[in-house]
Structures are given as C-alpha cells and as structure tokens.
Write a protein that binds this ligand. Structure first.
Ligand code: PMP
Length: 437
C-alpha cells in the first residue's frame, strides 16, 4: 500500500496515540502499521480520512443491517431531535417499541431496553441469580458475551492451555479480570452434547444460568447444531437453571424472531443488540414474564442506567424493526451470503485451496482448512496466515474486511448486486494474490 494514500490516517494516528491509548476507542479498530480513520459512510460504502473509498464488511461489527445513513432512519432521528428529549425521563414511544419488538420476537413475554450487549448480559446474570438463589454461571468455550469478568472467560484464549473437552479450564480472555470470577465460570464445549450436558449436570446445584450464542459469530461463523441447543435448553429446564440465549448478533437476522424462531427455542432470557439499532446504541434483555418482572422496583435486581431507552436509539429502532418484520430482509441477506459463499468456494477450489466460507443471514467468515469448523478449537486451528493475507488483499482492493482469523464479516441490505459483484471480483483477485504469494 502506497504510504501517501494513507497520509492523513497516519498523521491522525500520530496525533491520537499521544492522547488515546492505541489511538482508537475500541481495540478491535487497531491495525498495523496504523489504524484507518474514517470520515463518512453511505449505504454499503465508507470513505476514510484520505478519501479512499471502501465497501464496508465491518458494518459496526455487524450492527448496521440496513446500511449506513439510511434516509428512513435519518428522518426518524431528525423527528426525535425535534421533541428535544434525550434521557432521565421515559419517552412516550417506548411502549410502542416494546409492542413492535414483542410482535417480532414471539418467544418472549417482556423486554427491557439498555445500551450495550455487555450491560444486557449483566442484567440477565443478576436476574438469573435472583431467581435461582445460585451464583455461578456456565458458558460455551469461545462464545463472546462482552468484556465483564464472569463473561470474558474462555474467549479468544489459547486452546492449547484450555484442557480436554471433558474437563475444560476456565481461562481469562483478557488480563485484569477477577481470578475468582473466572474460576466461578464453568466452561463447556460448543456443539458437544455429551460433554456439555455432563459438565452442566456436574455443577447444576451451583449454576444460576447457562449462556450461549446460538451461532458463534464473534469468532467467525460457527453454527450451533439444532439438537445441541435443544439439549442445552433441556438440561437447564431439568435442573432449574436459567437458559440464556445471546442474540446480540443473531437477532432479526436468522429470522424476524431471531435464532429462537429459527431453532424453535424457548430460553428463559435472551439478549439483544446490534441490528435493532442499526448502529445506534441500543440493547435489550427479554424473556419470560416471571423472570423479567423481577427487575421491577423492590422485587429483585436493580435495572437502572442514565442512558437506558435513549430517545434517539428508541426512535431508530421504531423505524428499523418494521423493516425486518416480514422475512424479506432475512431472505435477501441469506441470498447474498449464499452467493458470496459459492463465489469464495469456487475461487478457492479453482486455485487448489481447501477454503470454505461459513455464513448465514449476512454474517460470514472464511476458513482456509479442510476440517469442518464446529467449535472454538476448530475455528482457531484454521490457517490464520492465509485468512489474514486474504483479508488484507481485500482491504488493498477497497473492501473493508476484518483481518483477524477470529473475526466475522457482515453484509447489509444496502449491499446491492453491483456491490456484491465488486466483492466477488475482489475475492478472485485476492485469492490470485495468495497463490502468487
Ligand atoms: N454478545 C455478543 C454475541 C456480541 O457479539 C457482543 C458484541 N460484539 C456482545 C455480546 C457485547 O455487546 P456490546 O459490544 O454492545 O457490549
């Protein structure tokens, strides 16, 4: 990459790094030799500070389902600004949003809004502890549920240190966690019914909740098997453990009612975020009435937050959700994903690579290996060098992709045929560069 093309990003980094660690607000935005700084985005496209144009496959880490700057959303924001409300009191339109939400997600009784998936996870944990009188949790290895102590466990870790699948070790996903909290989180192997059920049953008397992503998307795209997810739900029901489905990335994408509609699951609680706000900060915890009502004043755990149910985010979601209600958006995203999968896999086959693209409903990741990717360990064992080189090749060709192996790419409804064609061309060219290299 010619240095001068990125001169402004480079100088912005030099300025920012003196003031902001790594020069970015989230470590996932850091790239070598310097992060790229962005100026504007519209639809499927995004322009950096030097004026370079990209097709965006990052899309707010999968949040921007309609595309950037959708005029319907901008109009809703303008209207909400006119009313002058932000926070501290409840906006009169919040019940309307709950009605639309519950109309789409028919498997839950009640919903409560907050700002980020990380916060919503903690609310679910407090509700589960309050309902069961137990304190520990269990989670699947590799699932990402935000960065708090009980949840940032056995995520993005070194699988070589994590023990056998029938006796997994809980490992911190980052330094700085409370070792007691890490130890208290029980870890079981994703998609492995026998060992997951045995692990959960062995700790059942201590477990308030079992948490799982129905599809592990934060580390790429690892689909939960239907019978596996049902086995988790069943062992929770049998042992009085709250089954919590993390739908931050699957909601409104796998089906209008999310993964629980797609897989026919009935979790006690579930967590929402990303798509419903189209990039604006909005998350939710939803679930069975008897659990959700515990968060009413004086009954159980606090549910508070200065920015909860922010008028701007509520206004956005009021416009986004009706557009995701009839199943057409999900069909279009699935079609686009299948199209890119077949392009990627035929490009790889032609060049003799054992490559596959795993994906669904507009989330996907490529893997350069011949083994099936079914859990964290098989995902982490994929060819990281080839995966990153392929992604870097895409970036060189104007496709803004995540370059880490344990990362996911996203599509929006603004990724038109013409945009998909550009991506397909870049897939072929980047694969050619891999052969050359
Ligand atoms: N759960 C999942 C499945 C996620 O993908 C994320 C965010 N990547 C979170 C939880 C945490 O959400 P947030 O970043 O909004 O705190």
């Amino acid at each position: 990459m010619a240095d001068q093309i990125f001169a402004r990003s480079k100088s912005l980094f030099e300025r920012a790094r003196e003031l902001i660690p790594a020069g970015v607000s989230s470590n996932s935005r850091f790239r070598e030799p310097h992060p790229t700084y962005f100026r504007a985005a519209k639809g499927a496209e995004i322009w950096d500070a030097d004026g370079n144009r990209y097709i965006d496959l990052i899309l707010g880490n999968g949040a921007v389902i309609l595309g950037h700057g959708d005029p319907r959303i901008e109009e809703a924001i303008r209207k909400s600004l006119e009313c002058g409300l932000t926070i501290g009191v409840e906006w009169e339109r919040v019940a309307e949003l709950a009605e639309i939400f519950l109309d789409l997600v028919k498997t839950v009784d009640m919903v409560r809004f907050t700002n980020t998936g990380t916060e919503a996870m903690l609310h679910a944990l407090h509700i589960a502890r309050s309902a069961t009188g137990r304190s520990r949790i269990a989670k699947a290895e590799g699932c990402y549920h935000g960065w708090t102590d009980p949840f940032f466990v056995s995520a993005f870790h070194d699988p070589a240190k994590a023990g056998p699948v029938n006796a997994m070790r809980s490992l911190p996903g980052t330094p700085g966690l409370d070792p007691g909290a890490v130890e208290d989180t029980v870890v079981f192997p994703f998609n492995d019914i026998e060992n997951s059920v045995a692990t959960i049953e062995a700790h059942a008397d201590d477990l308030a909740a079992v948490f799982v992503e129905p599809v592990m998307i934060d580390i790429g795209y690892v689909q939960g098997r239907r019978e596996y997810l049902h086995a988790l739900q069943a062992v929770c029901e049998k042992n009085g453990i709250i089954f919590v489905l993390d739908e931050v990335l699957t909601s409104f994408r796998l089906a209008p009612g999310g993964a629980q509609e797609f897989y026919d699951l009935r979790p006690g609680l579930s967590i929402y975020g990303k798509a419903m706000g189209n990039g604006y900060p909005l998350a939710a915890v939803a679930g069975k009435e008897e659990l959700m009502r515990l968060t009413e004043p004086g009954k159980g755990p606090a549910f508070v937050g200065t920015y909860n149910g922010h008028a701007l985010s509520v206004a956005v979601a009021l416009s986004v959700l009706p557009l995701l209600a009839d199943g057409e958006a999900q069909r279009n995203l699935e079609e686009a994903t299948v199209r890119l999968r077949s392009c990627f896999e035929s490009c790889a086959a032609k060049r003799g690579f054992p490559g596959r693209l795993a994906g669904g409903a507009g989330h996907f990741q490529w893997y350069f290996n011949s083994d099936d990717v079914v859990d964290y360990r098989t995902a982490a064992a994929s060819d990281a060098a080839k995966s990153s080189a392929f992604a870097a090749g895409l970036v060189d060709r104007g496709i803004l992709a995540g370059t880490g192996l344990l990362f996911h790419q996203a599509l929006s409804l603004a990724h038109t045929n013409a945009i998909l064609e550009e991506i397909e061309e870049a897939f072929a060219d980047s694969m050619d560069a891999l052969v050359g290299g």
